[in-house]
Design a protein around this ligand. Structure first.
Ligand SMILES: NC(=O)c1ccc[n+]([C@@H]2O[C@H](COP(=O)([O-])OP(=O)(O)OC[C@H]3O[C@@H](n4cnc5c(N)ncnc54)[C@H](O)[C@@H]3O)[C@@H](O)[C@H]2O)c1
Length: 356
């Protein structure tokens, strides 16, 4: 079933998100940061973590599972180590503030290790890597997902025991990341199953198990009834990464684990390592080295059926170039739903009509 799409300008998407978030109780700066990260996810091609999550955020604020206006709380400060508690504040704000604090520490000491526990949904993890990379910092993050029914079946299991636990690693280039690896440790992210359901599409073969542990390509049971589970990518290797995301992201930071009782809205905890790459020698030499690695891979003989060889971060850069120019393709039903939600939350019709 083809979906009707409408190209929405990034500025209009940000403006709508900000209007809605402020009606939910977010101060303007908080609304700006959340809107920025959501729309960056859309711009970089990850609609799963873009403005389409706002209806869920509205419900979670109403249930007290996201706390607008929350302050990031410093829990421990020991030289290169910083530990924060997000108190279920908007995850994008908690993660950006914690990342910026860790960047300042890494700029002073050469590197820092930052723990952030119990934030709301932090969305696209790569957004924080981009902020760090813009200042010449490498960024490595292990993130866990808790407080929702477990939706990752680790290797060898036939039911959910973890969340989709994303991993992210980035090396800076001239401006922003030269390489940016950022993915869920499940074959597809949960929100990509939601997008597939909304578009009436199956999920890829091998990605999903039903509640009985049998393979299925129908995302309905997972997305609507929160039953069944996504399979880890890469057999025991991806599954092992997911376990380490739980270990570093939640156990080490003191965040909520996936095995603890859940309340129905994502809580993310993250361990991030930031490295001021200039302390390892010349940044220009690193950039030349990264270019040589990239050239060597790009020039390889493509595998059968592969039209073009890409490196981590390249699909996102291309999506951003295309969508910045032509607008973000948003299903008409999603945009209409957001406008309705905004009206229901008390946004004035005149403000909405200005969005175009
Ligand atoms: N906050 C959370 O709880 C949470 C949970 C899971 C995922 N996420 C986010 O969801 C987003 C999407 O995750 P995903 O698993 O769907 O990502 P994905 O499967 O699209 O993989 C993305 C990664 O693979 C690279 N890539 C994609 N195609 C490539 C190709 N052809 N050649 C080389 N590299 C390629 C990209 O550059 C990127 O680094 C991520 O931003 C992640 O942080 C967040």
């Amino acid at each position: 079933m083809a979906q009707d799409l409408r190209r929405i300008d990034a500025g209009a998407a940000r403006a709508l998100a900000m209007l809605l978030l402020q009606r939910l109780g977010s101060p303007p700066e908080e609304a700006r940061v959340v809107a920025h990260h959501l729309v960056r996810a859309n711009l970089t091609g990850h609609d799963s973590h873009g403005i389409g999550v706002l209806p869920a955020y509205v419900a979670q604020v109403e249930q007290g599972l996201i706390v607008p206006g929350q302050q990031l709380r410093l829990v421990a400060d020991a030289d290169a180590l910083l530990q924060f508690d997000g108190g279920r504040g908007f995850g994008q704000v908690m993660a950006e503030r914690a990342t910026r604090a860790a960047m300042a520490r890494a700029a002073r000491l050469g590197a820092s290790v930052m723990g952030l526990r119990n934030a709301g949904h932090i969305g696209r993890v790569g957004g924080y890597a981009e902020i760090a990379a813009a200042e010449g910092m490498a960024f490595i993050a292990f993130v866990n997902v808790a407080d929702i029914p477990c939706n990752q079946a680790p290797f060898g299991t036939s039911e959910g025991r973890l969340g989709t636990n994303p991993f992210c690693a980035a090396m800076p280039g001239e401006a922003g990341p030269a390489l940016l690896l950022d993915f869920a440790t499940t074959l597809i992210a949960f929100n990509k199953a939601r997008i597939a359901l909304e578009a009436g599409r199956p999920v890829p073969e091998g990605a999903l198990l039903d509640a009985a542990g049998n393979p299925t390509t129908d995302p309905t049971e997972l997305v609507v009834h929160k039953r069944g589970a996504l399979r880890s990518f890469g057999l025991h290797k991806g599954s092992g990464m997911a376990v380490m995301c739980e270990a570093f992201g939640a156990v080490l930071t003191g965040g909520q684990r996936a095995d603890e009782p859940e309340h129905g809205a994502v809580s993310n905890s993250m361990l991030a390592v930031l490295i001021d790459t200039g302390r390892f020698g010349s940044r220009a030499a690193h950039i030349r080295g990264l270019g040589a690695v990239a050239d060597s891979i790009h020039e390889a003989r493509p595998a059968p059926g592969v039209a073009e060889i890409l490196l981590p971060g390249e699909p996102e850069r291309r999506a951003e170039a295309e969508r910045s120019a032509a607008g973000i393709p948003v299903p008409v039903t999603t945009w209409d739903r957001l406008l309705t939600l905004a009206r229901e939350q008390g946004v004035a019709p005149a403000e909405l009509s200005r969005l175009g």
